[in-house]
Design a protein around this ligand. Sequence first.
Ligand code: PLP
Length: 388
Amino acid sequence: MQLAKNLERLGTETAFEVLARAAALEREGKEIINLGIGQPDFKTPEHIVEAAIKALRDGHHGYTPANGILELREAVAADLHKRHGVDVDPECVVVVPGGKVTMFFAILMFGEAGAEIMYPDPGFPIYKSVIEYSGAKAVPIRLREENEYAFSAEEVLAGITPKTRLIIINSPANPTGGATPKSEMDKLVEGLQAHPDVMVLSDEIYSQMLYGGRSHTSMLQYESMRERTIMLDGWSKTYAMTGWRLGFAVWPKSIAGTATRLAINCHSCVNAPTQFAGIAALEGPQDQVREMVAAFDARRKVIVPALNQIPGFTCVDPGGAFYAFPNITGTGMSARALQDKLLTEAGVATVAGTSFGSYGEGYIRFSYANSVENIERAVEKIRELLRD
Ligand code: PLP
């Protein structure tokens, strides 16, 4: 057997490995508190589940258009109008099985040997993995604790070279919880006017999870960027639908068809009942989304001060998503060593900052998609362990 050479450059998402190790320890009878995995601990709201069941009962068993059923794409456009005040042509919307698929398609569309793609570091690990798989050079955009993990437009613009084809931004961000303010987005957009061939992949999957009065600025709101922006969003986080596999992107009109062609080559379409669930999610009541976000905010207010009391930890206030990303250099341990120690000795699953890029050394990610009680117990166990 001879595997293709480019597979040697394909990375992974370590959070899944942590999940597997935590599950193995649980099978051995150990109690594990999981603050490792990045998914809401809430159930998909009932009316969404019912819509999928009804779709199956109504006979929606077949293929759908590859870019998604029109009613769903229209619902996406209406939702974007409501949330961001933008007009989106449903023909620019491509529905895919999860946010990751948009990422994969966009990077493969622009990445090849000789090209450069910029990505956030620390950031979602799949960006770098797929950039390198495509043969392009992965150029990190360093996110800094002192900026509360917002990107610096000046630094992004300074990293552009004639080879740069795509810039990936993500706000609110995984793994840091950082939320980039509108002023920085404005600066980036202004600076990009001098680089008309550079595209932007704006990963806005956590756009509804912002705290402390912060509001979201979507790249779609910049008219001058419309033909250069791929805006990634989806249902996974907002509606607690990670396992359904449903996401979408708004593509520039000129390449929406190319994205659809990739979909036809890859998965044909998202399964039909899930698309009906997606319509129910967007058109139905939003109170459960608001309740979930309020619960995350309450947990954030518990976990951040608690982390700041662990010897060797300091934690800035995360503006969005459901992650805290404390600096752990005061413990004297590497991120990976601390991740392993917390899992095996305190029974708390977290993810080392280095799983999100080399600038993640000295940090560790806590997902606070868990109950206040579990968060308090986990932090107490860590405090005990590190006190010795
Ligand atoms: N983008 C970011 C920043 C994420 O954190 C995640 C999931 O963790 C995704 C995209 C992928 O979401 P999905 O599960 O819909 O593929």
